[in-house]
Design a binder for this molecule. Sequence first.
Ligand code: ITT
Length: 198
Amino acid sequence: MNKIIFATSNEGKMDEIRDILKDMNIELLSLKDLGLNPDINENGKSFEENAIIKAKAVMEMTGEMVLADDSGLEVDYLDKAPGIYSARFLGEDTPYSIKNQYIIDKLKNAQGNDRSARFVCVVALAMPKGDIITRSGIIEGYIANKISGVGGFGYDPIFYVPEYKCTTAELPFEHKNKISHRGIALNAMKKVLMQYIQ
Ligand code: ITT
C-alpha cells in the first residue's frame, strides 16, 4: 500500500483529511504519527506558496510522497484578512473564542452582503522525484452575527453558510467535509493521486 504523509500539525484539519481520504487505498500518516514536529517557515505570499513550502519541506525530510494543506478565512469587510495569516491572527495561541468574537465585533456595522467571507484551501502534493501539484477549493459564506456551534475547529463557529442556514460548526462532520474548501481541494487531489498510486 502506498504511504502518504500529510504535513500538518493541526489535529482539526487532520481529522477532516482522514475522513475525506478514507476511500483511498493509501496508508495516511500525520506528522504526529511519525513523531515529527518540524519548524517550517511559512513565508509564502499566498495559500499556494505556503502549501508548497510545507509539502516540499517534509518531502525533503522524509523522502516520501507528501501532501500539505494551507487554508484560511478571507473576510471581505476586513480586506480579506486574516487570509494566509488565519492561524497567526491575534497570536497563534489565542483561543478561537477570542479571535471569533473579535471578527464579529469588527463587523458590527456591516450588514447583508458586506459580511461576505470565504474559506480557501490549497492542497499541495510533493513527489520524491520533485514534481509538485496543487489543487484548491473555496466555500463562500458570511460572517455570522454570533458564535454558534461546537463542531469543526478554528473559525467554523462564525462561518455561516446560507444554503444550510447554519455555521460550519453546526454542520455534521461528514457534511462539512463534503462541501468545504478542504473537501473540494482534496477530492480534486484524489484524481491526481490515483495516477501515482498502485
Ligand atoms: P498546519 O500548517 O500545521 O497545517 P495551521 O493551522 O497552522 O496547521 P494553516 O497555516 O493552513 O494551518 O492555517 C489554517 C488556519 O485557517 C487554521 O488554523 C484556522 O484558523 C483557519 N481554517 C482553515 N480551515 C478551516 C476550517 O475548515 N474551519 C475553520 N477554520 C479554518
